[in-house]
Design a protein around this ligand. Structure first.
Ligand SMILES: C[S@@+](CC[C@H](N)C(=O)[O-])C[C@H]1O[C@@H](n2cnc3c(N)ncnc32)[C@H](O)[C@@H]1O
Length: 237
């Protein structure tokens, strides 16, 4: 295993670790520098089987959690380019902040299309203006139009910006400040201090989401896609 993979696994383990030092660290961490767009729809149906791609380091209830790494909370360790499932079985597939990390996003979207049940929904979220972050690689950025180009035969049912221009500015400032500091301990400290000072600005995005231009420097975008056909009878309420 590469050292990059090892440090990523260690990061995921710290996120769910119950040790006192990790709990304390999580407690004093600043709030995230973004707010989610309240207009992003979330109420598309879940089925008996749903797939969450890329959920290492978290528990995702109601989904089969698939990731490259076999960590606590991950149900299936596999590559999203070759999903180890039969076709047409998931009513919902979540692929949130994963496409930028895969070698071949066309293959991944083909696989999502294949495993989605007829009438099922895929929720794709990807960064547009966001710092380089390797999980375990970082290959590219997306716009809503770019995601739609990969949509296969699926119908686009919703699209927009998940996190906005202020999120972009805040994450970039945080990264920039860290670039100026030579020691890891200083960077950790700066992340905490600057993070707490800047986070109140995140609420400006609640205003900016209403403007058409928000996407010019939007942070993450989303697209909801639907596979044609009627859901299987087993999914009927
Ligand atoms: C930025 S994280 C996603 C974060 C997650 N959606 C969340 O909100 O917490 C990207 C995840 O995708 C996983 N990943 C990267 N490439 C993958 C691939 N080819 N197949 C499956 N999972 C992959 C990484 O291990 C990582 O857990």
């Amino acid at each position: 295993m590469e050292s990059k993979d090892k440090s990523l696994e260690a990061l995921y383990r710290r996120r769910v670790s119950r040790s006192w030092s990790h709990r304390l660290r999580r407690l004093i961490q600043p709030p995230v520098p973004f707010v989610m767009n309240p207009a992003e729809p979330r109420n598309f149906p879940l089925g008996r089987w749903n797939l969450y791609i890329g959920g290492a380091g978290r528990m995702v209830e109601g989904y089969v959690n698939l990731d490259l790494y076999a960590l606590p909370g991950v149900d299936v360790a596999a590559d999203a380019e070759q999903l180890p499932f039969p076709s047409n079985i998931f009513l919902r597939v979540e692929c949130d902040a994963v496409l930028e990390h895969v070698r071949d996003p066309v293959k991944v979207m083909d696989e999502i299309y294949r495993v989605l049940a007829p009438g099922g929904y895929a929720h794709i979220v990807a960064p547009f203006c966001h710092p380089f972050h390797e999980y375990p690689r970082d290959y590219r950025r997306f716009t809503p139009d770019g995601i739609k180009e990969l949509a296969n035969r699926m119908e686009v049912v919703a699209e927009g910006w998940r996190t906005g221009p202020t999120a972009t500015v805040l994450v970039m400032v945080l990264e920039y400040v860290k670039l100026l500091l030579p020691f890891r301990a200083w960077r950790v400290m700066a992340h905490g201090v600057v993070g707490w000072l800047l986070f109140p600005f995140r609420y400006l995005d609640l205003l900016l989401f209403r403007t058409k231009a928000a996407g010019r420097i939007g942070n993450h975008c989303y697209v909801w896609l639907r596979k044609s056909g009627a859901p299987p009878e087993s999914e009927a309420e």
